[in-house]
Design a protein around this ligand. Sequence first.
Ligand code: BTN
Length: 263
Amino acid sequence: MSLIDLVLLKSRLGDQAGRFDVDALDECDSTNSELMRRAERGAPAGTVVVADRQSAGRGRRGRNWLSAPESSLTFSLLWRFAGPLSRLSGLSLAVGVGLARAMETLGAEGIGLKWPNDLLLCDGDRHAKLAGILVELSSDRRGTQAIIGIGLNLMPPAGDLPQPAAGLSQACQHLPERHVVLAVILRELAGVLETAAVDGFSGLKTDWQQRHAWQNQIVEILDEGAVQSCGRCLGVDDEGALLLETAAGIERIHSGDVSLRRA
Ligand code: BTN
C-alpha cells in the first residue's frame, strides 16, 4: 500500500483539495513520465502523481534520480498555461520559490536556492541539496503544458552522492508528517504558478533573489564539466537568466544545461 493516503491528503489540502486530482502509486518508472502519458490522454491541470518508488527517476541533464520511499517524497504536478512556451522562461525558478515558501511554512530554517532550480539547506558556508526540480514543458496551439517534478529528501540520503545532500528533518525542529508536507507544497505551488501565469517570473524574482544562496559570490559555469565562464553571481533577471559579472562585462546565462559551482 502506498505511503500516501488520499483521504488524509485531502483533509490536509483543506479548501484547496478541489484544485488537485491526486493518484498515489507504490511504484512507477518516473512520476514525470507517468504524468506525461496521462496528460497526453487528456488529464486535467492539477493532476498529481505521487509514487513511493521510481524505477527510472529522472534528474536534470539526463541524470538518474534515486530516492528511498520512507525518507523522500517524489511527485509530479500537471499545470497548463495559455500562450506560448516562450512566455514561461523562468518557470522552474518560480517552482523553486514555491518549494522554498512551502519549506518555510513548515518551519524549515536555512532554505536557499541555487540557479536554476536546486533547493538547498544552507548553514554558513555549507550548502547541501534538499530537493531537485525537473520541469518539462511542451506546447501546441492550445497553450503550454508543464510537468513539474519534485524530489524532496525528508531524511538525509545515505550513500555516495555527487554533491552534499540534506533532509528536511535537518531543517526543522520536528519533521512534519508527509501528508502535511505534500499538501503545503501543492498549495504553495498553485500560488506561484498563478503568479507566473499572469506576470511571468518577474513577479517572483525578488522572492527568488532573497533566497539566492550564492548572491555576489564568485562562481564557475560548467558545460559538460568544462569551465565556460567565471564571475561574480549577481542573481537573475526577469526571464530567470543568471547574471554573471565577468571581466568582459555582464553575461546572461540562459541554458539550464550548464551547472554552477563556487569558485
Ligand atoms: C535534479 O535535481 O536533477 C532534478 C530531480 C527531479 C527528480 C524528480 S522526482 C519526481 C519527478 N520524477 C522524475 O523522474 N523526476 C522528478
